[in-house]
Ligand binder design. Structure first.
Ligand SMILES: C[S@@+](CC[C@H](N)C(=O)[O-])C[C@H]1O[C@@H](n2cnc3c(N)ncnc32)[C@H](O)[C@@H]1O
Length: 203
């Protein structure tokens, strides 16, 4: 799977993170329309206390800076493909790190939000348990999980898995995920799922 993303990144650059049916010149407008579709739902779910957001599978960082700005805090982008991270622009409130061997280079309970946009659908089932454990390991108790995924009822391909909202809920029993919005992209259904990680009682 990494070879697939590496090759795509080398051929298409930042455009590689979009559905390849979109034309090259539309990168900015598609990203803007995704922000218009998704950000209002993130905003209404913020408590106002969030200071650190993880952009998991950030690619070239299409959303990372805006996430930091939105919470008036810091955003950290991680991705396993350094060719994509090389296209991302670090700033005073945004850092990028390479994801090596599936391990997020952050301590336990260290982020207030995990934002994961169109990433899980590209991860095969066998790698999902480690990915989910890592996401939940770094997310604070009561932290916000934001999953944006293609939930179209279509046959999966070798590099992209179409999975249902119910499937994503089952991956995160520790989070009360709700589908807060859905929109259409090239006739496919993109779902915005948001929930908070349950608080573990201190024993
Ligand atoms: C469709 S792109 C989306 C990128 C970014 N979230 C965005 O919306 O612009 C999928 C991203 O997932 C990353 N990725 C692939 N396998 C991954 C894994 N096992 N863990 C984390 N990220 C992964 C890819 O490198 C790529 O950047």
């Amino acid at each position: 799977m990494f070879v697939y993303w590496k090759t795509r990144a080398m051929i298409f650059g930042k455009q590689s993170v979009l559905n390849s049916a979109h034309s090259v010149e539309k990168y900015e407008s598609i990203t803007s329309s995704q922000k218009i579709e998704i950000f209002p739902y993130l905003k209404t779910n913020l408590s106002g206390n969030e200071r650190v957001c993880l952009d998991f599978g950030c690619g070239p960082g299409r959303f990372t800076q805006d996430l930091a700005t939105l919470i008036h805090g810091k955003a950290i982008g991680v991705d396993p493909i350094h060719e994509l991270l090389d296209l991302a622009i670090p700033t005073t409130d945004v850092e990028y790190y390479l994801l090596k061997k599936g391990k997020i280079p952050l301590p336990n309970n260290s982020v207030d939000i995990v934002w994961c946009c169109l990433v899980l659908g590209g991860i095969p089932e066998v790698l999902l348990p480690n990915t989910i454990n890592e996401i939940l390991r770094v997310l604070n108790d009561d932290g916000l999980l934001v999953i944006i995924e293609n939930t179209s009822e279509k046959l999966s391909q070798s590099y992209w898995m179409f999975r249902s909202f119910e499937f994503y809920c089952s991956l995160f029993p520790e989070v009360s995920l709700k589908k807060v919005h859905q929109y259409s992209d090239l006739g496919e259904t993109i779902s915005v799922m948001i929930g908070r990680k349950k608080v573990h009682p201190i024993v």
